[in-house]
Design a protein around this ligand. Sequence first.
Ligand code: CA2
Length: 151
Amino acid sequence: MSASVLILNGPNLNLLGTREPDIYGAETLADIEGACAAHAGALGLTTDFRQSNNEGEMVEIIQAVGKSCEAIIINAGAYTHTSVAILDALLAVGLPVMEVHLSNIYQRDEFRHHSYISKAATGVICGLGSQGYLLALDAVAARRGDDNKKV
Ligand code: CA2
C-alpha cells in the first residue's frame, strides 16, 4: 500500500514564482506540488500538498492529517522562526518530520538561523530550492517502516 506524506507549506509560499526569484527560485508552488506528486509516485508514496498563511490552520492540518499520514514534510516559512505551536503539534503527532527550506537560512538574517521546527525534525534540508522537497521525499521513502532510523 502506498504511504501518504503531508507536505505542508507556510505563509507567503503561495507567492512563489511571482517575486524574489533570486532567493526562492522561479517555480510556483503549483510547480513544486506537481514535481512532488510525480517524484512521490515513483517512490510508491502519495502526497497531500497544502499551504496556509495561518498558524492555527497549520496546527489544525498537522493534527487532522497527521492521524492518517506516515510522514510530514514541512516548510513552515516565517513560522519556522517563531512558532512553538507548530513545534508542539509536530511533537504531538509523533511522525517522522523532514524540515525543508528553499533558501539557505544560515546565509540570511540572523533571526532566520534558529528554527523551532528542527526540534521535531528527523532531518533538515535548506538551500537547495525545490530539490529539497524531492530529497525529503527520498528520505521518507528510505525510512519507511523504521521511524527511529538516524542515518
Ligand atoms: O527558505 C525558505 O523556504 C523559507 O522557509 C521561506 C520563508 C522564510 O521566512 C524562511 O526564513 C525561509 C519565506 C517564504 C516567503 O516566500 C515568498 C515567495 C515569493 C515572494 C515572497 C515571499
